[in-house]
Design a protein around this ligand. Structure first.
Ligand SMILES: Nc1ncnc2c1ncn2[C@@H]1O[C@H](COP(=O)(O)OP(=O)(O)OP(=O)(O)O)[C@@H](O)[C@H]1O
Ligand SMILES: [Mg+2]
Length: 275
């Protein structure tokens, strides 16, 4: 089956900084592709390319097998790509239903916002959230009073409602506790089960593994691999993410440098626990 989205050999530099080098992966409808990487790995750069904020220097994006140019954020939205950023772009003091319809101008596929009266808007908000298993008693409640996990879920429900085919979540669980992260992971699964393709960005292999079908690992702009779930066990994913190989290298360097043998030995021992 044709992937919903294919990222083919994408590269992007900013001046001398190579943010992404030869990155490829796929996202299928009804599946979750996780992008894992440490700080500065290039995760946000990749998302910005997919959401029309940056243009790749090399490579191609294909939707349903057809090459596309996402020249602007609008073009990405029109192609059905919805990005939920960490900061969510929500207004804490505004009611949930207002936030739900915030910024959704009346264009093709994204809801005829202007025709909605308040009553209907509130009802749609309540129903969409209910469909995701969140029972908000009062859509007039300010978004700021919701928990972090619930706020993420409002953003996900909003993207689903406005016709997104591909949902991109930039570290939706990183600021959350265990329980709230679990809540968000459940919504990721629900979006997937509704047939959306999902790109889930995270630092945490334990969040990625249970929900992911495919895993792209980034390290300083380079791919450490693009694996189907059957190709990589959790332990290996964790080892790669923890920088097992890099820690080993650093341990050797420290030892060779003398004076720091102890630190080096300790680091090597630690890195071996990942192996
Ligand atoms: N607009 C820009 N101009 C110059 N350099 C940039 C720009 N955007 C990103 N970079 C650089 O590209 C590299 C990758 O950054 P990016 O924000 O994509 O990483 P990240 O994986 O999202 O990291 P984090 O986990 O910290 O959010 C970094 O070295 C960063 O400094
Ligand atoms: Mg980032």
């Amino acid at each position: 089956m044709e992937p919903l989205l294919e990222i083919r050999n994408v590269a992007k530099s900013f001046g001398n900084v190579v943010s992404l080098h030869d990155i490829s992966t796929t996202v299928h409808a009804g599946q979750v592709t996780c992008v894992l990487g440490d700080n500065g790995a290039g995760k946000s750069t990749l998302i910005k390319i997919l959401s029309g904020v940056h243009q790749p220097d090399h490579g191609q994006l294909l939707i349903d097998g057809n090459p596309v140019t996402l020249g602007t954020p609008r073009a990405a939205l029109d192609a059905g790509i919805a990005t939920v950023y960490q900061d969510l772009a929500m207004v804490p003091l505004m009611a949930i239903w207002r936030n739900f319809f915030l910024g959704s101008e009346p264009t093709k596929g994204w809801g005829p916002f202007r025709r909605f009266d308040r009553k209907l808007a509130k009802e749609v908000t309540r129903q969409e959230l209910l469909d995701m298993g969140i029972d908000i008693r009062d859509p007039d409640q300010p978004v700021g009073t919701l928990s972090g996990g619930e706020r993420q879920s409002v953003a996900i429900a909003r993207a689903v409602h406005f016709g997104a085919r591909l949902l991109i979540l930039d570290e939706p669980t990183s600021a959350l506790g265990v329980k709230q992260a679990g809540v968000v992971l459940r919504y990721i699964v629900q979006a997937r089960d509704r047939g959306l393709g999902v790109i889930f960005i995270t630092h945490n292999p334990h969040h990625a593994y249970p929900v992911g079908d495919r895993f792209l690992l980034l390290n300083r702009g380079r791919s450490l691999g693009d694996f189907a779930k059957s190709e990589i066990p959790l332990a290996e994913l964790t080892r790669l993410m923890a920088g097992g190989a890099e820690l080993e290298q650093l341990a050797h360097e420290l030892e060779r440098g003398g004076g720091a043998e102890k630190v080096g030995r300790e680091m090597r021992e630690e890195s071996q626990t990942f192996n």
